[in-house]
Every structure is written in structure tokens, then in C-alpha cells.
Design a protein around this ligand. Structure first.
Ligand code: PLP
Length: 418
């Protein structure tokens, strides 16, 4: 079990995740759901980011998926980290990451967490209100500060965090100046899973105005723009529709060589497509109001890995592991295993008639799924089987990743000794 949990197993370059799942379920009777973590997918995302947003240094948003292998691989690839709490900071520091590679990114911080950040030399954080400035002044006055502006109050996080760039930011900046605090930059976070790229443009322009304001107030060390997260990470998503606009806005408002470092806090972009969930059908019945509608019960649900269906109204796409072209297609719904009426994973989907014990897979499950999942009703959380193709093995050969995590045992053999 620990072999499987901690190790990365090599697969051929040509092997697909679907083929790996078929090998796994064909090898052993498995009753719990499980993830495949495709390390190569994560590595490719990092490469793609560097190619398409070359000016923007990513600080991975740890809350999105804090799986320790994910963090270690990103650290090895030179990615920095956005941490929201003492626990996240500790987790990242414990991997040997330098404190200067961490932003304590929560605008509303607990005093004990500020003290911890100070003790560990994590020396940059955000603020969006007066009280936070007074807290920092009294506990950690040398900490560098980023003013977090809201871009839009339509999204819950836009209401919860960020000060209005026009009506609130000027007085907050003035207070910070009068308290002798060091404001070094501006940040914003557009809607997580942002589908309106134009908001980036507006937020970048608003940030430039704050830089101007800071200069007028007398701040001498403004050098950081943090454009947050919100970059889609699904398999079929492309960064291209957003990057052109972001790069153009950056070039317009923060031209190259103007001394401002551009950073971001992507979460879902890096991890979403790297995780595929396999679930097994545990029961089936006809809908009481519609005998042509089949209800499938699977071994993971909205209190587990599908939590974003409940709290984020995410739509997940089920796919039968095997194709059944000869079977009749029925209107179907998919339900989780808990004894709770809300535990519905998919409200409506046309699917071939499935049998108990067959597998349904879900791609794009790497963001905000694993960490938030609970064991409500004491159902098991999925195991994670990490795989990497030969190219990725070559890339990490003779590094701490290969020393600690590469397993020469095939995933099938590892499964047998479980
Ligand atoms: N930064 C902040 C401040 C956030 O609140 C979030 C997520 O809500 C992120 C970054 C990561 O967002 P995403 O996963 O959409 O990239």
C-alpha cells in the first residue's frame, strides 16, 4: 500500500491513462475508488506555462491540491508556492523549499500564523484592510506587503477578499505608509476558473494605477505584480485565449524592463488534468418517477472527491471505462455512496446500460477534489497511483525525486503485493 502511495511507476511513453486503469482493474478485485496521477501531465503543464507566459513566475496555490508528490515535483521544477496558512507554509518548508519562494497569500491571517511566518523567514504577505495592517505592524513590521485589490464583487471570493482599487486602496496605502510598512506590490485574483479573460485586462490596468499612487505617496520599493490564479486546467482547455490578452495587457501597463516582476498564483491550471478518478458501480435502480431513467450508485460522491459538484456547482463528465456500442443507451443519473439525498454526482447523462461492478471514470479531477474530500459516512478516500512516462523519468533521473519516489516495480506488481 505505501509502495503504491509513495511511488511513481514508469509507463511507456505511448501508454494512456485509460489503458493503465484497465490494467489495474483487470489485475485485482478492487472495491474502492482510485486516482491515477499522471506526473508527466503535470510536468507538461509547467513547460506550457513557461512557454506561453514567459514573463509570469508561478507561485502554485497549495490549497488547490497539496498532495506531497505534486508539491515535490513542482518544487523540483523551480515553481514557487502560494500558502494560505501556517500548515501550508510548514508543509512546503518541510520539503526543503526556501522561505523566499513562498508568499503567505491570505489577506486575513491568524496572529499565530503571522508569528510562525516570521519565525520561518517567510517575509511577504497580502493585506486588504486596516486591521491587518495594524496586526502586521505590531507582530512583523519588517514583512513585505502586497495590497490585494478586488476586481469584481460578483464572485464570492471577490466579496470576501480584496479592497476596492478606487474607493479603499488609496486610504489603505496611505495608512501603510504612515505606519512605516513596506508595500512592495499589488495583487488580484480573478474568478477561479476564469471564463472572462477581459477581467484580467481591467485588473492589470487597475493595478498600474495603484503603482502610480504608491509612487505619489513615496513608497520606494514597489516591484511586484501578482495576477493571481483562475487559469483553466482541464484537458481540453487552452491557455492561449487568455495568455494573448494577459501578455498584451502586461506589455501595455507594465512594459518589459520597468523593474516590476510579474508573478501569479495558479492552482487548477497545473493539476486539474493530471488526476483521473476511477469509480465502481455498487448499485443500480430505476428512477421511481421514470422507468426509462437509470440511477447508478458509485463508490465516491459529493462528500468525497466530487465535493466541487456541491460547493462549486462543477459539472463532471462520466465515461464508461469500456465502450459498449451494442448496449442500449438510457437517460441516467449518478449518485454517491453516502446515505444522503444530496449526494448526486451527475444529474443527467445518456449512458449505455451499465452493470454492477463496472467502472466509470472522470477526467480532470486534480483541482480542489482531494484535499476537501471528507470521509462522511466513513467511506474510504481514493488511493492515488502515480505514473510517469519514460521521458519524465529521464528528466528526473538522479534527482531526489527519483531517489525517493521512482519505483522500478511495475504498477501491476506493486498492486499484487498490496
Ligand atoms: N489565489 C487566490 C487568492 C485564490 O483564492 C485562489 C483560489 O481560489 C487561487 C489563487 C487559485 O485559483 P485557481 O485554482 O483557479 O488557479
Amino acid at each position: 500500500m505505501s509502495e503504491l502511495k509513495e511511488k511513481i511507476h514508469m509507463i511507456d511513453n505511448e501508454m494512456t491513462v485509460e489503458e493503465i486503469i484497465k490494467v489495474i482493474v483487470g489485475t485485482k478485485e478492487i472495491s474502492d475508488p482510485f486516482f491515477i496521477f499522471d506526473v508527466s501531465d503535470l510536468v507538461n503543464k509547467v513547460i506550457k506555462w513557461q512557454q506561453t507566459l514567459p514573463r509570469v513566475k508561478p507561485f502554485y496555490s497549495v490549497k488547490c491540491n497539496d498532495n506531497s508528490l505534486v508539491l515535490q515535483i513542482l518544487a523540483k521544477l523551480g515553481i514557487n508556492f502560494d500558502c494560505a496558512s501556517k500548515g501550508e507554509i510548514k508543509k512546503v518548508l518541510d520539503l526543503g523549499v526556501n522561505p523566499s519562494s513562498i508568499i503567505f497569500s491570505n489577506p486575513a491571517k491568524m496572529i499565530s500564523h503571522i508569528k510562525y511566518a516570521k519565525s520561518m523567514n517567510v517575509d511577504i504577505t497580502k493585506f486588504d484592510n486596516e486591521l491587518e495592517l495594524y496586526k502586521i505592524k505590531s507582530i512583523y513590521p519588517s514583512c513585505k506587503l502586497i495590497i490585494h485589490i478586488s476586481y469584481d464583487t460578483q464572485y464570492p471570493l471577490g466579496i470576501k477578499y480584496g479592497c476596492d482599487p478606487l474607493t479603499e486602496a488609496p486610504s489603505l496605502m496611505e495608512l501603510a505608509y504612515n505606519l512605516g510598512l513596506s508595500v512592495v506590490g499589488v495583487s488580484f485574483h480573478v474568478d477561479s476558473k476564469c471564463n472572462k479573460p477581459a477581467v484580467f485586462k481591467r485588473a492589470i490596468a487597475n493595478s498600474a494605477n495603484i503603482f502610480q499612487l504608491a509612487q505619489e505617496l513615496g513608497f520606494k520599493n514597489m516591484h511586484l505584480l501578482n495576477i493571481g490564479g483562475g487559469f483553466d486546467g482541464n484537458k481540453n482547455a487552452s491557455l492561449d485565449n487568455i495568455t494573448g490578452l494577459v501578455n498584451d495587457a502586461l506589455n501595455e501597463w507594465f512594459p518589459l524592463n520597468n523593474g516590476v516582476t510579474i508573478i501569479a498564483e495558479p492552482g487548477r491550471y497545473f493539476v486539474t488534468s493530471a488526476f483521473t478518478l476511477s469509480t465502481k458501480i455498487l448499485s443500480i435502480k430505476n428512477h421511481s418517477n421514470d422507468e426509462n431513467h437509470i440511477m447508478y450508485f458509485i463508490n465516491d460522491g459529493v462528500y468525497g472527491s466530487f465535493n466541487s459538484v456541491l460547493y462549486d456547482r462543477s459539472v463532471v463528465i462520466p465515461k464508461s471505462l469500456y465502450e459498449f456500442p451494442m448496449r442500449p443507451v438510457y437517460q441516467s443519473s449518478i449518485w454517491g455512496p453516502t446515505c444522503d439525498g444530496l449526494d448526486q454526482v451527475v444529474e443527467f447523462v445518456n449512458m449505455p446500460k451499465m452493470e454492477m461492478g463496472e467502472w466509470i471514470t472522470f477526467e480532470d479531477m486534480g483541482a480542489y477534489a482531494l484535499r476537501i474530500a471528507s470521509k462522511f459516512n466513513e467511506f474510504s478516500l481514493p488511493k492515488i497511483f502515480a505514473v510517469a512516462n519514460q521521458n519524465t523519468w529521464e528528466q528526473f533521473k538522479n534527482t531526489s525525486i527519483s531517489d525517493e519516489h521512482f519505483s522500478t516495480m511495475s504498477i501491476v506488481d506493486a498492486l499484487k503485493i498490496q
